[in-house]
Design a protein around this ligand. Sequence first.
Ligand code: PAF
Length: 280
Amino acid sequence: MQRIKSIQEVRKELEFVKSAGKKIALVPTMGFLHEGHLSLIDKAQEIADFIVVSVYVNPTQFGLSEDFNGYPKDFERDATLCEERGVHLVFEPSNEVMYPDNFSTYVEEDKLSSVMCGVSRPTHFKGVTTIIMKLFNIIQPDFAVFGNKDMQQVAVIRKMVHDLNLNLQVVTSPTVREPDGLAMSSRNIRLDEPKRIAALNIYRAMSEGRKLVNKGFLNSDRVIAEVIHQMSTTRILRVIYVSIVDRDTMEPMREVVEGRSVLCVAAWVEQVRLIDNLEF
Ligand code: PAF
């Protein structure tokens, strides 16, 4: 497995791969890999011949009050995990490589990005679409693999790929959960025991919403109210939003439609911001 930091070098390497007729899959990450990321790598292995994982903590997707410097990092462990999983190349650029002085061009999707997480993190998706566009241009993958845990991010990236006629396929993989239901996230490292117990209520509350739908209660307000009620029983869990939206457009849906609606939740557990979702 190769570890490359420079854009020129990664381009040169991938030229060989492409000229050999191999299909390339990119798994973009911010590192501190967990089983969720590894499942994306496994998905990439199913569909492509050459797997590139990018490890880059992208500063432009963090708001001013968000803890960019405190984001967990462990590049050596990430590289070992990638190697064990059969990754061919890890691209790990520096900030100077990705955002040189005088950088001033951004990519912005302004519809799907404006709801849910876009309300409280108004610059977040602009940072995501900009870095993903740059990675797509550098790697030129045939496939890009993302986790459904970040459902809104996936929808925004799909929209960018569609609107800007990018020549690649966005592939998604289901959320990986701890045995108790907590969605895997690099942020979970910041949850001590009481916070972890509180965080578990997100999945528990969403599951109660699922039960209501199973019983035939399809009115979104009714389901949302139940999910908020379930979460509000935990003192250190603060709800940011609970929405039922169309999985492609991110538009709110008045009624749950199986196969189309998704229940999206964001909540604070003290200083840790967690998101999760459940597809109906
Ligand atoms: O989901 C993430 O880890 C990041 O938002 C991504 C897609 C790697 C862009 O920095």
